[in-house]
Design a protein around this ligand. Structure first.
Ligand SMILES: Nc1ncnc2c1ncn2[C@@H]1O[C@H](COP(=O)(O)OP(=O)(O)OP(=O)(O)O)[C@@H](O)[C@H]1O
Length: 267
């Protein structure tokens, strides 16, 4: 249930994440409001996925606080954390479907795990959500390996929304798809937002996704290449402002220009 006292749906304050002494995220403070769609962009390895996994409680912060709807995720007991996680939907990279299960069982999985719904109810909901992502009922008996990459991504979205989550996180939802299928997925993410009152966080390399689907963009920069006192989030604002950002690193990233990086790599 939503906590009326919580100021922001997601509130990250002074977040640091290190792995074996390697500093990945440094002093990130970001608040996300209910209903926002936030794209997280930045070059490979800058920590986008780590950030996403941290805000859903899959990676514990090394330092800092992280609240979802007022709950400090790092202090919750495992059962309480599971309860909060039920409010999240995950669309993992490459859809991450269970290969040995049918499409029906994949999409039904969160309902079977987390609800007491009977078979009829589950059947009805699975077909409803498959229809919402543009898949016919005939796919239910197939295995993931029998579907195209774009279809698998759609199954992943159907599975992520079946419990009507408040927060949906998408990890590179269009990676590996052709431009047309990428646009289908972009439209589906917009459609999910229109149908349900969700907050969305989308980790993406696809500038078209960021421009078309998000209403706010966070651009991260690799921690190791920042000056000592520079913030790691180089840009936090609407997608339309990216082109005019004062920071050249942001403009170069958005235009896909190697710039300084090329000189670093080639010496
Ligand atoms: N569980 C982990 N243990 C140790 N190191 C990790 C772990 N997860 C991520 N890393 C490291 O953290 C850094 C950031 O990884 P992350 O996956 O967040 O990058 P990214 O910005 O999402 O990159 P990409 O766009 O290539 O997916 C990388 O150097 C990665 O090797």
């Amino acid at each position: 249930m939503s906590d009326p006292a919580a100021e922001h749906l997601i509130d990250v304050q002074h977040l640091h994440v290190d792995f074996h002494g390697q500093k990945i995220l440094k002093d990130i403070s970001v608040s996300i409001e209910a209903g926002e769609t936030v794209a997280v962009i930045g070059e490979s390895g800058c920590g986008k996925t780590v950030f996403m996994k941290t805000i859903v409680g899959l990676i514990p912060p090394t330092r800092g606080t992280l609240r979802f709807d007022g709950h400090d995720l790092s202090t919750l007991s495992p059962p309480a954390l599971s309860d909060v996680r039920r409010r999240f939907g995950f669309v993992f990279q490459n859809a991450a479907l269970f290969d040995s299960m049918t499409i029906f069982d994949n999409v039904a999985f969160p309902m079977r795990q987390s609800t007491t719904a009977d078979d009829d109810e589950i059947h009805e909901r699975v077909l409803k959500h498959l229809q919402e992502v543009g898949l016919p009922p005939t796919v239910i008996s197939k295995r993931p390996s029998e579907l195209s990459g774009g279809m698998r991504k759609r199954v992943g979205i159907a599975r992520a929304i079946i419990l009507q989550p408040e927060l949906v996180v998408y990890d590179e939802p269009t990676t590996g798809l052709d431009p047309i299928m990428s646009d289908v997925i972009n439209e589906l993410m917009l459609d999910v937002r229109r149908r349900y009152p969700v907050t969305s966080v989308i980790v993406t390399h696809d500038m078209r996704t960021a421009q078309k689907v998000s209403d706010r963009v966070l651009m991260f920069y690799p921690r190791a290449r920042l000056d000592k006192d520079e913030p790691q989030v180089l840009y936090d604002g609407p997608p339309a402002g990216l082109d005019q950002c004062k920071d050249e690193r942001v403009r170069q990233f958005v235009r896909g220009e190697a710039g300084q990086r090329l000189m670093e790599i080639t010496g």
